[in-house]
Design a binder for this molecule. Structure first.
Ligand code: GAR
Length: 196
């Protein structure tokens, strides 16, 4: 059983997809901890409901931690759980270079756009608007290893997602999220199988 630590910032529907796949035996893995940089993230409740340690780790300005300092604390917490893989599933913080080096080859990220497109936040809306301006015909989702950039790094898996002229933003969001839930579980399974 591979050990997964999942990093989240919000709703946690992708975390739920991982938890469900583990429970059904579709992933030879166990989520050993869920960490959120937001104390009010609904995903923490999903972890509690699944019997997984749920760790809020908000960024306290009054602790005078900079990004590197916060990431050191984060790394210390993560290391206690000895993960084989760290999964950023809606983790909306940029990880510092030292953190990325410390866990080299062990951190993956899910992003709701195709490689090289719409990095950062509000990516689905950005793709939707680009479609409406006639700049793109389709969008997609990807899972990649994390490097020192924003939503960049060696690509593990991608899936195209169509955009239809009649789509509302909500329609596209739902189609993207469905694709993400499937792709993320498939990508984790592929990594586990490759590593044996
Ligand atoms: C997902 O769409 C994920 O791809 C995105 O945040 C959402 C989290 O949803 N991540 C990024 O935009 C990273 N740049 P969830 O909390 O329901 O899993």
């Amino acid at each position: 059983m591979k050990r997964l630590v999942v990093l989240i910032s919000g709703y946690g529907s992708n975390l739920q997809a991982i938890l469900d796949a583990c429970r059904r035996g579709e992933l030879p893995a166990r989520v050993v901890a869920v960490i959120s940089n937001r104390a009010d993230a609904f995903g923490l409740q999903r972890a509690i409901d699944a019997g997984v340690p749920a760790i809020p780790l908000p960024f306290y300005k009054d602790l005078h931690l900079d990004r590197a300092g916060y990431d050191e604390v984060l790394a210390e917490v993560i290391e206690q759980y000895q993960p084989d893989l760290i999964v950023c599933a809606g983790w909306m913080r940029i990880l510092s270079p030292a953190f990325v080096r410390r866990f080299a080859g062990k951190i993956i990220n899910l992003h709701p756009a195709l490689p090289g497109t719409f990095p950062g936040t509000h990516s689905i809306e950005a793709a939707y608007q680009a479609f409406r301006r006639g700049e793109i015909q389709r969008t997609g989702v990807m899972v990649h290893y994390v490097d020192e950039g924003v939503d960049t790094g060696p690509v593990i898996a991608t899936r195209h997602v169509p955009i239809h002229p009649t789509d509302t933003l909500k329609d596209l969001e739902q189609r993207i999220h469905k694709a993400e839930h499937e792709l993320l579980v498939a990508a984790i399974r592929e990594i586990i199988e490759d590593r044996g």
